[in-house]
Design a protein around this ligand. Structure first.
Ligand code: GRF
Length: 208
């Protein structure tokens, strides 16, 4: 079993996509070991509870209030995930940028979802910013990518999967958001499936 942690800050629809894929057998030999939220009001917490997945609310505010650096929060959270024997970490709408204090504990095992193409619209509100760029005739398409997180750069890193989304002149921002979220749900599961297949592939020349 590959034990994964999903980190959320909000609605948790991408967490739900992973839960559905695990429960539906589309991510074989995967166990959702833990969900972590850094926001108390995140709907993702309720989704985890509903499906019997351990969930921990782990905010950074107490660290900030105590004058403790972000590195300490990151290291403590890494330790928490290790205590749940987690080997893969999925950032599914997780609003926090990792320092090396976290990333060095899960090298090449942290993935992130970004509702835009590589190198475009990094940070929050990516879909709305792409939509406005479309209205200004600057772009004709946007997209979705899932990537590994090697360092502190926001929404950047080796791409696992990506897909282009054409923007239709007649569609509203809400309609575009809906199409992109639907695609995110599929691509996140596809990326996880792909990475875990690669990891489980026997090395060339081995007898397995
Ligand atoms: C997604 O669009 C994700 O790409 C972005 O935040 C959103 C989270 O959605 N980083 P949800 O919480 O999974 O519904």
């Amino acid at each position: 079993m590959t034990r994964i942690a999903v980190l959320v800050s909000g609605f948790g629809s991408n967490l739900q996509a992973i839960i559905d894929a695990v429960e539906g057998g589309r991510l074989p030999d995967v166990e959702l070991a833990l969900v972590v939220s850094n926001r108390r009001e995140a709907c993702g917490i309720r989704r985890a509870v509903r499906h019997g997945i351990p969930v921990i609310y782990f905010p950074m505010a107490p660290y900030t209030r105590a004058g403790r650096p972000r590195d300490e929060y990151d290291a403590d959270l890494a330790g928490l995930l290790e205590s749940f024997d987690v080997t893969w970490v999925v950032m599914a709408g997780w609003m926090h940028v990792w320092s090396d204090a976290f990333l060095t504990r899960f090298p090449s095992r942290v993935i992130n979802l970004h509702p835009a193409l590589p190198g475009e619209f990094a940070g929050t509100d990516a879909i709305a910013r792409a939509y406005r760029a479309f209205q200004r005739d600057e772009i004709e398409r946007t997209g979705v990518m899932v990537h590994l997180v090697p360092d502190e750069a926001v929404d950047a890193g080796p791409v696992v999967v990506k897909e282009v989304v054409r923007i239709h002149p007649e569609e509203s921002l809400e309609e575009l958001k809906e199409r992109i979220h639907t695609l995110e749900h599929r691509l996140l599961v596809q990326a996880l499936h792909q990475l875990l297949c690669e990891e489980r592939q026997p090395a060339p020349g081995s007898s397995r």
